[in-house]
Design a protein around this ligand. Structure first.
Ligand SMILES: [Fe+2]
Ligand SMILES: [Fe+2]
Length: 474
């Protein structure tokens, strides 16, 4: 029986160095981004180099957001990288909203200045720009209302890939699919099966919520569960998505009992730089995430810790600025469009808490929480076990769990998990003590319940392994 291995990468957000990689304006931009910008080209080169060398990888699939923000120069340069790879192995891709700059905010950076005069590609130009990739394997295509093409490719002797563009094709201009588009997808799934092929799919926006609706709802296609029902009932069992930059595997069962699994591929240029391998053989798909171990930037070797530190710097930069440099802190906030009024009055309070966050130990933090909760906030034995340990690295580990499918949680000591679970229930317990009516409390419990669910999902994922599993495609 035929065996095919594909490698999925997503949210490359390739950033052309021509847009500026030095100066204060660039520093502020990259310091607020979980992904590496200047280094994105080197990371993509390392990933594609590895995938070209791996003999068992048959082809690569890129699941959207190939450029930072749809800049024409970024597209031109990343297409060269894709073309060079495609001379060795097939490469299939979908683009998404960042690739035609739907936020209307393309930027370049020079010294202290941000310029908005960056040429981009509009939807039809973008669709044509990448149309050659996979052309020889094309089975069928569908043109969306925005002028993009969803495509079905024959990617192996007995495997088809449905690579669909969901950009603003849903009801009310949301990401998703028109009825005709969805019917075309259902027909492709049926046709693949009639021709003895397994079929898997990729779209950019989320079909299912990975961590929680509170985080993922806005990242999903409109009417996502209704679409999941349709696709599962049509016989699709595996969907790769991108967009959230959060590696995570999620399952859904339709009312008719049909299962579909979503693999949310994290961003290649942010922690943990995941590459998602799927091997399909005998109607089964074996999935494994193997992260990029390192790359070379301007002749210097960088390891996975560099990418992780870049991601966590989103928090630590802000904390250090708040604790140590008022003007730096103000500029970092303002570069994100956050204007605190009156800044001078509030800053000393922020500085106090930022300093505390940078230095406090688990023991001291637990004491503070227990002080205001009459000793019932967090487990005393767990806090004692980590008494002299600084708190911040554990906070950063939990932050990393958002992006790495809770890989960081595997290394976490048990007392940390105990304390995190206790903290997750604090909002609910506090609300329970407040003198509020039953109806009001029930309403607030919906939010506190989600907060609880999120923290638990991060430290104890509902699927025991977000980075390795096997799926029945029949
Ligand atoms: Fe993205
Ligand atoms: Fe996206």
């Amino acid at each position: 029986m035929a065996k095919t291995t594909l490698a999925f990468i997503a949210d490359l957000h390739y950033y052309s160095p021509k847009l500026g990689v030095t100066g204060r304006a660039y520093d502020l931009r990259q310091g607020s981004d979980q992904k590496c910008l200047a280094e994105s080209g080197a990371i993509i080169d390392a990933a594609l180099g590895r995938l070209a060398d791996e003999a068992d990888v048959d082809a690569v699939v890129v699941s959207g957001d190939v450029t930072n923000d749809g800049e024409r120069c970024s597209h031109e340069e990343v297409r060269e990288k894709f073309s060079a790879f495609a001379e060795k192995k097939p490469l299939y891709l979908i683009t998404s909203t960042h690739d035609w700059c739907t936020d209307g905010n393309p930027r370049r950076f020079e010294g202290n200045e941000v310029f908005h005069d960056v040429p981009t590609l509009d939807a039809p130009a973008l669709d044509a720009f990448y149309a050659d990739f996979g052309r020889e394997a094309l089975v069928s295509s569908y043109e969306t209302g925005k002028g993009f093409h969803s495509r079905c490719f024959q990617v192996g002797p007995a495997l088809r890939l449905l690579a669909v563009n969901d950009d603003m094709d849903g009801e009310g201009g949301k990401s998703g699919y028109s009825e005709a588009h969805l019917q075309w997808m259902e027909a492709q799934i049926k046709d693949a099966k009639q021709n003895g092929c397994d079929v898997i799919a990729t779209e950019h926006h989320l079909l299912l919520w990975g961590i929680s609706g509170l985080i993922n709802k806005g990242q999903s296609i409109g009417d996502n569960f209704a679409v999941a029902e349709r696709l599962a009932d049509a016989g699709l069992r595996l969907m790769f998505v991108g967009h959230s930059h959060m590696q995570r595997t999620t399952e859904f069962t339709s009312k008719a009992g049909n299962k579909i699994t979503q693999v949310n591929v994290g961003s290649l240029c942010g922690h943990p730089a995941p590459i998602n391998y799927v091997t399909i053989e005998n109607g089964r798909a074996r999935l494994q995430v193997k992260c990029l171990e390192g790359f070379t930037y301007h002749g210097e070797a960088k390891d996975a810790a560099f990418i992780r530190d870049h991601s966590t710097a989103v928090l630590t930069n802000l904390l250090h600025a708040a604790a140590e440099d008022k003007q730096d802190f103000r500029e970092r906030l303002e570069s994100q469009g956050i204007h605190i009024k009156p800044f001078d009055k509030i800053y000393p309070i922020i500085r106090h808490y930022a300093k505390m966050a940078l230095t406090i130990t688990v023991g001291k933090a637990a004491k503070k929480v227990n002080g205001v909760t009459f000793g019932k906030g967090v487990d005393k034995n767990a806090a004692r076990a980590l008494k002299n340990e600084p708190l911040l690295p554990y906070i950063l580990d939990i932050f990393c769990c958002v992006f790495d499918g809770s890989m960081a949680a595997k290394e976490m000591p048990e007392p940390v998990k105990t304390i995190a679970k206790d903290v997750s229930t604090l909002p609910r317990r506090i609300v329970g003590k407040l003198p509020l009516g039953k109806a009001k409390k029930e309403k607030i419990y919906k939010t506190t319940g989600e907060i609880e669910k999120i923290l638990r999902e991060l430290i104890e994922p509902s699927l025991p392994d977000n980075t390795e599993c096997e799926i029945d495609l029949t």
